[in-house]
Design a protein around this ligand. Structure first.
Ligand code: ADP
Length: 342
């Protein structure tokens, strides 16, 4: 026995010129091979363990950052679908998941607002219909059962007539609004003299102002101010603003209508009154459809809360802006801009 342990032998002949000179023999103990083999296996096992560990970490991270937030978001979406719009998705991370949940929360807020708007809308419309109907019914009953003597009937029948006219105005207003909602407002823009339109509107309001002993002061930026806009719509805007100014002024009050050049090619129109004024809280909503300030709701019987929403829609259709400056008890100023003609 040449070796005292098992060896792996490899032999190779050394040849040349068709003769064999000798052999090269290499022996490696088997134990050595087994040693290095177990070393290689160790490395393999280690690698596997590291890969497994990393996968586990990735899985945990994925679960925390993606799976759990997604489950919360899905739960939120289900709540919204079931009609619970007050539900808040509580994912506060600063990544896509947080962004998605913020967006969904925002969506539910907006839907909530829409729902509230619709509830208010229906409440306002039914209130506006109910009060004239109640007084019509009351007067007619009183006439029929003789509570109102025949000689006074004419006066009360006139009130009934006024109330029914108010009802039809209200119905017309609603039809107008829904039409404006269905189809976009189409502008027929031309060049015209704004001063002329303001003068016309002053004339229209004269009887109303005379009745309240009121005065109007007009101040034009120039003798003639040519603007580029839809004449009928701007006339309606002016009428609504000036009509409100008269309506919400005290007896003997003054209204000021003023135009001033603003910037390069704009004109600023202001309609100012010294009447009841509007609180800051109400200023946020007066341009909304059917919105009437609570204190005017019962006193003012002619309006339906549509005048200013029409003003805003018409001015915005021109790509211009309308704003209000007002202080309760001191009066209000409504301002809007128009493009000057080229
Ligand atoms: P309405 O047709 O009922 O007048 P508007 O949309 O024109 O409705 O106005 C909405 C509400 O804004 C009014 O009910 C009133 O309370 C308030 N308002 C509008 N203009 C004035 C003003 N010049 N002074 C005080 N309050 C005003």
């Amino acid at each position: 026995k040449l070796f005292d342990q098992n060896v792996l032998s490899v032999s190779a002949p050394v040849t040349g010129n068709y003769t064999t000179y000798g052999y090269v023999l290499i022996h490696l103990p088997i134990s050595e091979i087994a040693n290095s083999q177990s070393h290689i296996l160790d490395i393999l096992y280690m690698t596997c363990a590291i890969i497994f560990g990393l996968s586990l970490i990735i899985l945990v991270v994925f679960t925390i950052t993606v799976y759990l937030p997604l489950r919360k978001i899905a739960a939120g979406a289900n709540e919204y679908a079931a009609g619970n719009l007050n539900y808040r998705i509580k994912v506060k991370t600063h990544d896509e998941m947080g962004y998605l949940s913020n967006t969904l929360n925002y969506m539910s807020d907006e839907l909530n607002k829409m729902e509230e708007y619709q509830r208010n809308f229906i409440a306002n419309v039914s209130h506006d219909f109910r009060s004239p109907l109640t007084s019509i019914k009351g007067y007619l009953e009183a006439i029929l059962d003789g509570t109102i003597p025949p000689e006074k009937q004419e006066r009360y029948l006139r009130i009934v007539l006024e109330e029914s006219q108010r009802l039809s105005r209200l119905a017309e207003g609603i039809v107008d609004m829904s039409r404006a909602q269905d189809s976009k407002i189409v502008l027929e823009e031309t060049d015209f003299d704004l001063n002329e339109i303001i003068r016309e509107n002053c004339a229209v309001l004269e009887p109303q102002m005379e009745e309240k002993g009121m005065r109007i002061e007009v101040s034009f930026a120039a003798k003639e101010t040519m603007v580029h806009a839809d004449q009928d719509k701007i006339s309606r805007v002016l009428h609504n603003l000036m009509n409100n100014a008269v309506k919400f002024s005290k007896e003997g009050g003054v209204i000021e209508v003023e135009t001033t050049f603003s910037g390069k090619n704009k004109i600023l129109v202001s309609v100012k009154d010294h009447g009841s004024g509007i609180s800051e809280e109400d200023q946020k909503y007066i341009f909304d459809r059917f919105y009437k300030v609570d204190s005017t709701r019962n006193k003012d019987k002619t309006g339906a809360g549509l005048g200013l929403s029409i003003v805003r829609e018409f001015i915005q259709a021109h790509g211009e802006t309308v704003a209000v400056k007002s202080k309760l008890g001191e009066g209000s100023t409504f301002l809007f801009t128009l493009k000057l003609a080229k």
